[in-house]
Design a protein around this ligand. Sequence first.
Ligand SMILES: [Zn+2]
Length: 420
Amino acid sequence: MPALLELLHDQPALFVTTVTLFGLMVGSFLNVVIHRMPKMMEAEWARHHAESRGEASPPSARYNLVVPRSACPTCGHQISAIENIPVLSYLALGGKCSACKAPISARYPLVEALTGTLSGLVAWQFGFGGMAIAALLFTFALIALTFIDFDTFLLPDDITLPLLWAGLLFNLGGGFTDLHSAVIGAVAGYLSLWSIYWMFKLVTGKEGMGYGDFKLLAAIGAWFGWQLLPAVILLSSLAGSVIGIALIILARHGRNVPIPFGPYLALGGIARCSGAATGTLLPAGLLMIIVGLTGGIGSGKSEAARMFADLGVPVVDTDQIAHELTYSGQPALQEIATALGDDTLNPDGSLNRALLRQRVFADPARRRRLEAILHPSSGTCTAVAGPAPGCAVPDTGGSTAVRNPRLCRPDHPQSRHRLR
Ligand SMILES: [Zn+2]
């Protein structure tokens, strides 16, 4: 056994492959958890309810995560081991029950593939060791919670509370954060949503989220510390509102139909978990979240951008880019003068910003012309590691420079176009 562990330690590719396969199998088990845990909770409530009214509890067959064995819900055909191989069995069976040909939901292989992929990413990010094991447990719990919340609007205490304790225990020795930050994170996570809940309820008379959400955010705080909470809440609300609005438009989801918040909390948590090792948001683009922050002057864009940057998320600040493009001596100034009039340049060659603003805000066509110069499309302005061609940008290694053909004076005293 130690020889096997040594092999996994020495061979990163083997480790990632093994963990991915393991993740596929765990995904198969998570399908059972997602399906059965809410039913087990309902049975438990029914029992409590009956007992509190002094009635005999309704008789029920044993039903837990292990018993009975999985069977086709249509015909009762028991799923054999060979029909239970993650993803492959589904493909081999053509998505149908082998006995009655009733269709099987594509969700099952999807959950398996998702769990396998995320497990592989965790293994790749953290490498062999305790951090990877902890991050895997965290990931599995959040996948189960995500789907249970989508299906039932429940976040079972049986998952959220152990997750919270596990996070505190793991950080006893400074796993993802120090114990101090973890304890405050757990308390602040719970209280922040609790207060939002009560404010929302007092103002609108409605319940905006459930107590499970508080416990989940407390668990995320316990795992990664209080410092992360604002970003998780922000990411979750952004993702939640984008997806929620899409649901309302696409599915004619009523505006008052509740939308589960847990999955978005989980998404924020998973994204952060994978970013903990390298300081980047999920690398493979699987859960790649691109957040665009817009708003008027003083709306807090730069504050929010700084918050993301402090968490190690790559930030491209277009305001900053536009500013640096218009420092004296930058080639963009000549383009502006050609497009919008020579008098937009002062005699000393600097930009007459007041005149430019006046001219541009009076005419949408001119404004678009200016935007085309200062805010090039992603085709011409892409984040690259290292110096842009033609620009003598000193490479400090690992940092991200913005490649922009119009930004070619890196030696300019004011120029700071190096992003974290
Ligand atoms: Zn069947």
